[in-house]
Design a protein around this ligand. Structure first.
Ligand SMILES: O=C(O)C(=O)Cc1ccccc1
Length: 426
């Protein structure tokens, strides 16, 4: 997949370049941020609701982080309860800054945060800072606005950067798309949830209404290429074919970034699949509106924070867990029955290859060697960790599993259902 906003970078080596790890005094590990980009143009965050509140990137870079063991995320830690600091989520309204109030020049829009910006913010006001992957006009930005209407949305060039922005206190929350009703799970983001130590503190479901965008004056017949986020491409696949477009599809990091790329490079043979807001921001025309294959196209995002919220029982909650077992998948039935016996509904189950032990070899002298795949299972269920049924179910699950972690217990998005209209006519 191409990254349009920045050249392809090896994140690990960038982290090594940007952050020097020292030991001080007692042997405590110190992560020292090096100002690698002090001459760069300041990046400002998009503010929802209350107008633009700029925050200069060089301000962030002026301070150094002393954050013991916060950067290197550890995998496979067992967390069996969720308690801590309260965070509110799930506000129903979307309150974006009107595009006409802002400059429409791409150069005036906030630049996505990159790994070079990962030094901590100075003390800040009450406005919540929410990191998302993409550039302004991305659906993740809209999800941030739905979850936290008055937040300052901070664009990041990679998901990894959005996670680290929260871990390093540059942002208070990260918003992460995890699944789509048409395209399915965004697998990479499940892996990131496991690799990092952030907690899921909320979810929002966003109806996604895709448009086909091109530069002004470009006609469909001129197009040879359509670029977008892989999820957006797959959500519009049938409609693109029905439209008779003879184009190659190319995956890029985010939808709005695709529009920005076309605008910056004056590409007259390329269209982007992105939001109407991205069209306005980057001066693109909408060639076709509502090109998702299904009008009920909805993406689920989760909000992440450094601390879990205190689970409650007075409104619908969901809990997300991940578990593994070292003796294959036979444990799955037992785990699922722990929920079934307590009448707890599962809303989602996903399996991902076990990163450290993807294959288990079982030798049978007579017939050869069986190669079993090993998995991490992600399960969402409809109960709060404050609910004794959920506590008992997890106590039982713990008996069967070699690894169990509660990713978060958080309020369900209960906003009314408003499907977006689609060109597919279904
Ligand atoms: O690329 C974006 O705009 C995103 O936020 C990711 C995405 C892509 C397609 C549907 C929903 C979210």
């Amino acid at each position: 997949m191409h990254s349009l906003n920045s050249p392809a970078v090896d994140l690990k080596s960038l982290i090594r370049t940007t952050l020097t790890h020292n030991r001080v005094g007692s042997g405590r590990r110190v992560i020292q941020c090096v100002n690698v980009n002090s001459s760069s143009t300041p990046a400002t965050g998009v503010s929802f609701g209350s107008g633009q509140v700029g925050r200069a990137r060089y301000e962030w870079q002026s301070a150094c982080a002393i954050l013991a063991s916060k950067v290197e995320s550890q995998q496979q830690d067992t967390e069996k309860s969720a308690d801590g600091v309260s965070v509110v989520n799930g506000h129903p309204t979307l309150d974006l800054v009107p595009v006409k109030d802002r400059s429409t020049s791409p150069a005036a829009l906030p630049k996505p945060l990159s790994i070079a910006d990962l030094s901590p913010a100075p003390t800040h006001g009450a406005q919540l800072r929410v990191a998302y992957q993409g550039v302004p006009g991305a659906y993740s930005e809209a999800a941030a606005g739905k979850a936290y209407p008055n937040c300052e949305a901070i664009p990041c060039d990679q998901f990894e950067v959005a996670f680290q922005a929260v871990e390093l206190w540059i942002a208070d929350r990260a918003v992460l798309p995890v699944e789509n009703s048409l395209g399915g799970s965004i697998h990479r983001n499940y892996d990131l949830l496991l690799r990092h130590r952030l907690h899921i503190v909320g979810e929002v479901q966003l109806p996604v209404h895709h448009c086909l965008l091109a530069l002004p004056g470009v006609r469909k017949e001129y197009l040879t290429r359509v670029i977008s986020h892989p999820q957006a491409l797959s959500q519009c696949e049938h409609t693109l074919t029905k439209m008779g477009l003879n184009v190659i599809r190319e995956a890029v990091d985010d939808t709005a970034g695709a529009a920005e790329y076309i605008a910056i490079n004056d590409l007259r043979d390329t269209a982007a699949i992105a939001s109407a807001r991205a069209a306005e921001l980057y001066g693109m025309q909408i060639l076709a509106d509502g090109i998702q294959d299904d009008s009920g196209n909805v993406t689920r995002f989760v909000m992440l924070a450094r601390e879990p919220i205190i689970p409650r029982n007075d409104r619908p909650f969901k809990t997300s867990i991940v578990f593994a077992h070292d003796k294959g998948t036979s444990v799955l039935f037992k785990v699922l029955s722990a929920f079934a016996f307590r009448n707890i509904s599962l809303t989602k189950i996903e399996s991902r290859p076990h990163r450290h032990r993807p294959i288990r070899l079982v030798d049978d002298a007579n017939v050869g060697t069986a190669k079993h795949f090993e998995y991490m299972f992600y399960v969402d269920f409809e109960a709060s960790m404050a609910d004794v049924r959920a506590q008992n179910a997890l106590a039982e699950v713990q008996e069967f599993t070699s690894f169990l972690r509660v990713l978060g217990s958080y309020p369900m998005d209960m906003t009314p259902w408003t499907p977006s209209s689609s060109a597919a006519g279904d």
